[in-house]
Design a protein around this ligand. Structure first.
Ligand SMILES: C[S@@+](CC[C@H](N)C(=O)[O-])C[C@H]1O[C@@H](n2cnc3c(N)ncnc32)[C@H](O)[C@@H]1O
Length: 179
């Protein structure tokens, strides 16, 4: 018998990386915010405390089914590709793990953890207002220095604002201002 995975199981359970980024973005304030790759909707829900208009996207419809329990504005699309408009703040807990191929969309990021993340940030850079910010989480497991160089070419000024050592990696939060 074919095993069927329930759509509702198809999302990233909030973990150490989620909580680290949540603590950081909890201090941000503004009118509009976008959470790309929202998973369970945890980060979008945190943003709802300090932003009037919050949108969450994910490539997984199963994730959005879960996120919709917390966030009214959910869009199923690649990165921010279906979004028309600009936001004060865009956040993303990226799928940054280096991988040969994408077997698990919640974590696999292709070569050096750059393949998926570069595309996501390129799309994100088009929906943040001038002087607005993108805040993303990556890790020492990925080539985050190269990712920062790439974000500069997207018209963003990236800066590492926080780090957290875990047992096998260091989490890195990068803030980029749109110039
Ligand atoms: C590491 S999980 C983070 C989930 C959640 N934001 C959190 O912090 O708990 C990455 C999320 O990005 C989503 N994702 C992966 N590739 C994507 C893409 N190209 N566009 C939109 N979402 C994507 C995955 O489905 C997953 O929900």
């Amino acid at each position: 018998m074919r095993l069927q995975r329930k759509l509702s199981d198809d999302y990233y359970q909030p973990a150490e990386d989620t909580f680290f980024l949540a603590d950081h973005i909890g201090k941000e304030k503004g009118y509009s915010a976008l959470d790309i790759g929202t998973g369970s909707g945890f980060l979008a829900n945190v943003l709802s405390n300090n932003f009037e208009f919050v949108v969450a996207t994910d490539i997984s419809s199963g994730a959005l089914k879960k996120a919709h329990e917390l966030v009214p504005n959910c869009v199923c699309c690649n990165s921010a590709d279906a979004i028309n408009g600009v936001f004060d703040l865009v956040v993303c807990n990226l799928p940054y793990l280096p991988s040969e191929e994408i077997l698990d969309r919640t974590v696999d990021g292709l070569r050096e953890g750059l393949g998926v993340t570069t595309g996501i940030l390129n799309s994100a850079s088009k929906v943040v207002r001038k002087n607005g910010k993108i805040i993303y989480l990556t890790s020492s497991l990925a080539n985050y220095q190269e990712l920062m160089k790439r974000t500069m070419k997207m018209g963003l000024e990236p800066k590492i604002v926080s780090r957290k050592k875990l047992f096998f990696e260091e989490l890195v939060i990068v803030e980029c201002v749109k110039i």
